[in-house]
Design a protein around this ligand. Structure first.
Ligand code: ZN
Ligand code: FE
Ligand code: FE
Ligand code: ZN
Length: 277
């Protein structure tokens, strides 16, 4: 399914908290262009959450540790341009690597974050599961085994308790491979952990534009979240200004279908709930 382009529908009750900046080397656009897009879409709030730095990762798709001040300045420019009508939130999309807890705690102290999104890309030291350059490893390893590795990492990220929002829950399906049978065997322990920890989950529309052709997470996962009363945010994972709030009317419908009546917002790490209309 490909739900097509944005309408200029005025998403006045909605926020988009997952977006990137050119500091990650695979996104484009100025702070002004992203803010203008958010204003055009009529969003209530806009959040920036670029790929966070790590002293232990030297991949080519995140800001460097010493670029953090530049990132904070980028968000300041967005805030200046937005003015009082559009709150711009300061977030970060963090990878969770086992053993990196103390680095995350250091990083947390370096800015006044509104929220962090916890994401799993790495399922082994040298394997980011969403990297198309090494997607062949899924076939080599086997889909069941790959899913097992991924969800084990995801569970550890949730249980770390360091994230307000968990990012693109079933990213492992990006290239369209899924194990046979009822996939809730993978989802249930993660949803239970999110309920224990008290974090929110995102409904990320980027998957509609990937081989899997589905939002992250799948509808079955989202239904489990709604049943467990896991707070939800909608997100586009924009890597370009024109992707801000992309497919949000479809996402809103999907959330309503799952049983959601409210969406979460974050400021200074504090959550508030707002009616979903
Ligand atoms: Zn990215
Ligand atoms: Fe990501
Ligand atoms: Fe992202
Ligand atoms: Zn992402």
């Amino acid at each position: 399914m490909n739900p097509g382009q944005n309408s200029r529908s005025g998403y006045s009750g909605l926020t988009d908290y997952h977006s990137h900046t050119p500091l990650c080397r695979h996104a484009e656009g100025t702070p002004e262009a992203y803010v203008d897009a958010a204003l055009r879409q009529g969003l209530a709030e806009y959040g920036v959450s670029d790929h966070g730095p790590s002293p232990n990762l030297d991949d080519d798709w995140r800001m460097a540790v010493e670029e953090l001040p530049e990132y904070l300045q980028w968000v300041e420019e967005a805030r200046r341009h937005a003015g009082p009508d559009l709150p711009v939130r300061l977030g970060l999309e963090c990878d969770f690597l086992p053993g990196e807890e103390s680095w995350l705690d250091t990083l947390r102290g370096r800015a006044d974050w509104d929220y962090w999104i916890g994401s799993v890309h790495y399922i082994a030291d040298d394997w980011a599961v969403d990297d198309p350059r090494i997607a062949f490893r899924i076939g080599e390893t086997g889909v069941e085994e790959t899913w097992g590795l991924y969800w084990k990492c995801y569970l550890a990220a949730v249980r770390s308790g360091r994230f307000e929002i968990m990012g693109h829950p079933d990213l492992v399906k990006k290239f369209g491979q899924r194990p046979a049978g009822d996939l809730r065997r993978y989802y249930e322990p993660v949803v239970e952990a999110m309920a224990d920890v008290g974090c929110a989950c995102e409904l990320n529309t980027a998957g509609w534009h990937k081989e899997c052709g589905e939002a992250y997470p799948a509808a079955e996962f989202l239904a489990l979240c709604a049943e467990a009363e896991i707070p939800l945010v909608l997100s586009s994972d924009a890597h370009a200004p024109e992707e801000v709030a992309r497919d949000f009317s479809q996402a809103r419908n999907m959330a309503l279908d799952a049983g959601y009546t409210h969406l979460a917002r974050f400021a200074g790490g504090q959550r508030s709930m707002h009616p979903l209309q």
